[in-house]
Design a protein around this ligand. Structure first.
Ligand code: ADP
Ligand code: ZN
Length: 521
């Protein structure tokens, strides 16, 4: 039996390695560098913990979150491994004592926050270990934090390239659950991992069912979704702190144990709510994205998004917190016209440079295309992570294929309504014009006189919103941030208006919730 396998049995109590673990561990023990792309729950920790035990000296693990470090160190101590952490939560005496243990060679692993690692004080400790040949390896966890365009950027991570320059002979392993090609390349460049071997695991989470609904009555829709998740633990993500507080309070009145979590709550409350979520079974955590990284609760049965996340990477990361135990779980999202407008405006108005805006627009487009897709959502998601897949039969588009219709005429009507009203209005007013409603606003602007007035009586509000949403998502319409989100035509709308092309649209789903078969399929 190999020493790695023996360690797996004896220390961690597992019978065999999972996926590429064995290969990664052998590679590291032999002194190679590695970049590991593995989904959440895939088993990244063992990839450096076992080499840490089998190589001479202490392994240094860089980790961005205090809670994450504590969990890992607690688990290692229970397994009898000599591990400790250094971060800002420790008082001076405890920190010094840990440093002394490190210098005496009494630790197999030391977890450290990046800003701490890069202090002169800590680097001189490492220099000392290095000259004694007592540095086993560097592990850089959550390596996507180095990516400026990612969702968890931490400036200190960029400085971590110093490790390679200072200790060129110590093997390094960078790990992340974010795997789009751009982030991957940034990790390699910024951390100097050009000669590292790359290990990519499948990112599929087959037990997670993906569901997207068109938002029209979000609270009611959420309740209908939660009806299948009574007495289960889950997370409901909202964009704003205010919405988190309101949603948590409202769920409380609906018979759920719901707790809020966002950066505006004091540390004690956050800690208390997080503990209750980790400990108790049926808690619904209503949270901003401040919640989740490093939360290791295996039986989260659902993740619901009431607002559109920032990108597909963020979405994958957030929904990946469901079903880590491998049992069926659901990722549900309510998505609407406003999401598209708000996110486009957020990017337009941000102070970021043009290149970053371009990247962010690309990421948003991919996410919107995913929302509107009529193909298997899993296939789309995995393709986005450069992975091939077959239709899954465990997402809404597979289980309930959306109807496609020829939306050319409707799209032309919608575009000409925007054009004829001077491209100064949002979807609400344009829909009133199309449907021939003589509202105050319509009369104020004399829009009842337009040739477009009333030409869209064949669709209801809901149907028109779906048309406008898809026109925005596909970029034929643009919401102008400077003009309160007024809808304007883009260049790509011209061929359609001139009748040079056609447009297939996804039919707005019926208001009532479709029933899905329960459990694994
Ligand atoms: P990640 O960091 O990739 O999200 P973890 O390292 O936290 O994942 O591992 C997820 C879970 O899988 C943990 O409970 C871990 O103990 C377990 N695990 C990891 N490797 C194995 C293995 N080879 N056999 C059984 N369980 C494993
Ligand atoms: Zn599918």
């Amino acid at each position: 039996m190999s020493p790695a396998l023996e360690t797996l049995h004896r220390i961690f109590g597992y019978s065999s390695f999972r996926g590429p673990q064995a290969e990664i561990i052998d590679h590291l023990i032999a002194g190679g560098d590695a970049l590991v792309l593995m989904p959440t729950g895939g088993g990244k920790s063992l990839c450096y913990q076992i080499p840490a035990l089998l190589r001479t000296g202490t392994a240094v693990v860089v980790s961005p979150l205090i809670a994450l470090m504590q969990n890992q160190v607690d688990a290692l101590l229970q397994a009898g491994v000599r591990a400790a952490y250094l971060n800002s939560s420790l008082d001076y005496t405890t920190a010094s004592a840990t440093e002394q243990r490190l210098l005496r060679g009494e630790l197999d692993l030391i977890y450290v926050a990046p800003e701490r690692l890069l202090t002169d004080r800590f680097l001189s400790l490492l220099d000392h270990l290095d000259t004694q040949g007592q540095l086993a390896l560097f592990a850089i966890d959550e390596a996507h934090c180095v990516s400026q365009w990612g969702h968890d950027f931490r400036p200190e991570y960029i400085q971590l390239s110093a490790l390679h320059q200072r200790y060129p002979n110590i093997p390094r392993i960078a790990l992340t659950a974010t795997a789009d090609a751009l982030t991957r390349q940034e990790i390699i460049t910024r951390l100097g991992l050009d000669s590292a071997r790359i290990f990519i695991s499948s990112f599929d989470r087959p037990n997670i069912r993906y569901l997207v609904v068109e938002r029209d009555n979000p609270r009611q829709q959420l309740l209908e979704f939660l009806a299948n998740h009574q007495n289960e633990a889950g997370i409901v993500y909202c964009l704003s702190r205010k919405k988190v507080d309101e949603t948590a309070a409202w769920l409380g009145t609906q018979g759920f144990t719901a707790l809020p979590y966002h950066a505006g709550l004091d540390a004690a409350t956050r800690q208390k709510n997080q503990q209750q979520f980790l400990r108790d079974e049926p808690v619904v955590m209503v949270a901003t994205i401040a919640f989740g990284m490093g939360i290791d609760k295996p039986d989260v049965r659902f993740v619901a998004h009431l607002d559109l996340p920032k990108s597909l990477e963020a979405y994958y990361q957030e929904t990946g917190r469901a079903g880590r135990d491998g049992e069926p779980a659901e990722a549900w999202m309510a998505y609407g016209l406003n999401d598209v407008v708000i996110h486009r405006q957020r990017i337009d108005e941000s102070v970021a440079g043009e290149e970053q805006k371009r990247v962010e627009r690309g990421k948003l487009d991919a996410l919107l295309a995913w929302c509107e897709t009529t193909d298997c959502r899993r296939v789309f998601l995995l393709n986005y992570f450069s992975e091939a897949a077959a239709p899954c039969n465990n997402c809404d588009t597979c289980l309930n294929p959306p109807e496609i219709w020829d939306g050319t005429e409707a799209a032309r009507k919608a575009l000409s309504a925007a054009l004829r009203t001077g491209q100064r209005f949002g979807a609400g007013h344009l829909i009133d014009v199309l449907r021939g409603k003589t509202t105050d606003k319509v009369q104020q602007f004399g829009h009842q006189e337009l040739p477009t007035f009333g030409v869209g009586a064949d669709l209801d509000d809901h149907g028109w919103r779906a048309v406008f949403r898809q026109l925005l998502a596909t970029g034929l319409l643009h919401a102008d941030a400077q003009a309160y989100g007024a809808l304007q035509l883009t260049e790509s709308a011209r061929p359609l208006l001139r009748g040079e092309c056609t447009l297939s649209l996804r039919r707005a789903a019926a208001r009532t919730r479709k029933k899905f078969p329960q459990g694994r399929t």
